[in-house]
Design a protein around this ligand. Sequence first.
Ligand code: UDP
Length: 322
Amino acid sequence: MILIVGGAGYIGSHVNKELNKRGYETVVFDNLSYGHEDFVKWGVFERGDLGNIEEIREVFSKYSIEAVMHFAAFTYVGESVEDPQKYYLNNLRNTLNLLQVMLEFEVKKFVFSSTCATYGNPIEIPITEDHPQNPINPYGKGKFMVEKVLEDYSRAYDLRYASLRYFNAAGADPEGEVGELHDPETHLIPLILDAAAGKRDDIKIFGTDYDTHDGTCVRDYIHVTDLADAHIRALEYLKNGGASEFFNLGNGNGFSVREVIDVSREVTGKPIKAVEDERRPGDPPVLVGSSKKAQEILGWKPEYANIRKIVETAWKWHQKIE
Ligand code: UDP
């Protein structure tokens, strides 16, 4: 069985769906601090907390676990600056707990949710895997530290991992069974759709004086179903004896905040009021990744690389949760 830690969350639930579609058996382990039990529509669910090592051991004793995919992490960059301990305990220490139990039970295949935030402010675009890593906030630093731990564990204990550095995960399962549901929501696309649905008055554009083609920040939005596909390819790569690797998962295309708002107006048919606002601290002007390595080694090809498709699936889901 494949253990999906954090499988009740946004990305984990999409991976769980895709794994089951392809005939894998899964166990979801989640403490539901941010996840949603009704997102666990496939496999079995074990509620538990990575902070409690005995609860992790129980799951490994109960099921025959072949590999682990780890999505359970806090992801609010601003909060990580205000309360770094919360982030290091959950994202770093709890990952060490999970790895400890994996080694005890000799489970040695690990797919890890990493992030483009491990690169910090990019010095070259598109960002490749060998771009220097200088994370600028505790969220990015915690993920970076786990990557360093993985390098050492891989050398010493024969653990093999694929560390997947996501760019901006967006969109929803095209069948609308699971989707993005954060509380609080801080991400651009769901907030724009809240404005389209009349749940908020407007969308604030954080900064209009960046050195980009229209002055607003450019991001690489990658569809969550494409992310799910990459995880399964990474798992299969490890099952086939592949060596430990880091992979960027982005689609190589950047879209500005204004472009995302314009596309959302077209997709939803709603006017969506945009209000120009101050820059949000810590936002690099452009984050676009090269995923050439994942394409070459994993044979991965994003299917929803088009921002319109991403917003369309997100809107379909968004209308369902109203
Ligand atoms: N953004 C914005 N208004 C919002 C939320 C986000 O202008 O209400 C901008 C944000 O400054 C960034 C981009 O949209 O440039 C994507 O932000 P998001 O929080 O979705 O993802 P991040 O890039 O921070 O991971």
